[in-house]
Write a protein that binds this ligand. Sequence first.
Ligand code: 13P
Length: 251
Amino acid sequence: MRKKIVAGNWKMNTTVPEGIELAKAVVERSASVPSDVKLIIAVPFTHLYPVAEVVKGSAVSLSAENCADREKGAYTGEVSAAMLASVNCEYTILGHSERRQYYGETDEKLVEKVKLALACGLKVILCVGENLAEREAGRHFEVCTAQIQNVLYQFTAEDMKNIVVAYEPVWAIGTGKTASSAQAEEIHACIRKVLADKFGAQVAEETSILYGGSCKPSNAKELFSQPDIDGGLIGGAALKADDFIAIAQSY
Ligand code: 13P
């Protein structure tokens, strides 16, 4: 059985003291979430070390939002996968559309990042998704398929045990415009088929595929009821502990 996951992506929000308070509130309320739903919070690099202390021993797992595509050395301003692992970070998001769009993240760089993250024992949440122009041109299946093939086809079935996929249509991120549950489900089913083509049906069945893009307490239940949607990657609504927990309780 694949894992149900509700992950919050804080993006570049909250100061460290505010982040600690938010993490504490999530941990406090986490007992009210069904035990088969895994909670993850992805926080800015500066927050990882103190937030690791807050989530220690709780049901909440810690994630970074990115990592470097190099192992170590003279790469000013970068944070390596090994550094993340050293502060008890369990996951990292990679390939978020904001990284692809604003920081030139390519599928080639992502292959390096995923390799380094896995080598350091991190689990990866790999994001894929089409932008509005691609959706309007009817290219959404093709774009998501290519993103999965370009990155994940470089890995093995064994690696896939530590990889979660997040489908985040760019036009739905932070816009208040959610993909309908039918629109999301058809892409999730397509992603699962693309995974099955390379890794076999069992690996595809066991891989969690999350939906992200204006997911909130009012639409989470409908989205999560779809057969191929295994949870959510939550942006804005993850900045309020009550909303984040209410989304997780939708299961
Ligand atoms: P919103 O939930 O704010 O639309 O953001 C989604 C997202 O990008 C999560 O990674």
